[in-house]
Design a protein around this ligand. Structure first.
Ligand code: SF4
Length: 285
């Protein structure tokens, strides 16, 4: 039987580059922590609400039962944690919705899962949305919740691995050039803020990303999963600390659960291909 092709996304590659041992626990052993961190939960719920808003599915009920929705998504939360996350995420999402009620950018597609198949691997990415902006240009839309928005954060967005991978896949799959990324940044402060940053795509990003991916594919195939020790050096525990330093079957059972990869939960198995994108974005050939 032939081995299934290696599947790579931004999260997987980012994990591998950050710490190969973390990649091993997550994608080879398929273990994820039972408890998802609070910032990740808030970010997921804000994303879901923004998606519903773009699809015209937001109703009064959405916000009045938000704690129940949070609890369905994260059943290991206490009731109190779900309520608190619903309050924070609801506040951020309402601010976003009010700001973009009359958006000058026209959303032409909500979330899409795109795939690019190559000889050695399949590269996949999720687009939050596609926009038609001024001068009819096509833009990728990305929502980010962040605690800070300084110059380091903004320049990181410009050359991010996530953008590089998205541009590589879009170049092959989307039948029209994508001009760049419109970032909607939701800044989590006492008084939250929402900023829009359109950042044109940079050509050199494609070559850099290709090089990074080639190195990652080579080392994954070699099963080169050594620990980075960054947690130890900087005294910053990652979610897999228990596994690296106190491994036992009991630790696995207590703190981790089996991982279901995102693409396996998607109905559109295999992602969206160019022909479907034409249809979905209502683009003409
Ligand atoms: S605990 Fe340290 S070595 Fe282990 S996966 Fe996390 S960052 Fe890597």
């Amino acid at each position: 039987m032939t081995e299934p092709k290696l599947r790579l996304s931004t999260t997987k590659i980012g994990n591998f580059l950050g710490c190969r041992k973390r990649y091993y626990w997550t994608y080879e052993r398929k273990l994820v922590p039972v408890i998802k961190s609070r910032p990740l939960q808030v970010g997921s719920v804000v994303h879901d609400l923004a998606e519903k808003f773009r699809l015209g599915e937001i109703t009064m009920d959405t916000f009045s039962h938000l704690d129940e929705y949070v609890h369905q998504l994260f059943p290991n939360n206490t009731q109190q944690e779900s309520v608190s996350i619903a309050i924070e995420a609801g506040k951020l999402a309402q601010m976003y919705i009010m700001k973009y009620e009359n958006d000058p950018y026209k959303v032409i597609s909500p979330e899409m899962h795109l795939e690019l198949e190559r000889d050695e691997y399949i590269l996949y990415t999720r687009l939050d949305s596609m926009f038609r902006g001024p001068n009819e240009r096509l833009w990728r839309g990305e929502i980010k919740t962040t605690a800070r928005m300084d110059s380091a954060y903004l320049s990181g967005l410009k050359g991010s691995l996530q953008s590089g991978i998205a541009y590589l896949v879009m170049k092959e799959v989307i039948p029209e050039p994508v001009f760049g990324t419109v970032y909607d940044l939701i800044v989590k402060k006492k008084e939250p803020e929402c900023h829009r940053m359109p950042i044109p795509a940079e050509k050199r990003l494609l070559a850099n990303t290709e090089e990074t991916i080639a190195g990652v594919v080579r080392d994954i195939k070699r099963a080169d999963f050594y620990p980075s020790m960054q947690c130890f050096t900087y005294n910053r525990e990652c979610d897999y600390y228990h596994l690296c330093y106190r491994y036992s079957e009991r630790v696995v059972e207590e703190f981790y659960t089996e991982y279901i990869p995102f693409y396996e939960t998607k109905k559109e198995e295999g992602g969206i291909k160019a022909e479907q994108v034409y249809k979905k974005l209502e683009l003409s050939k």
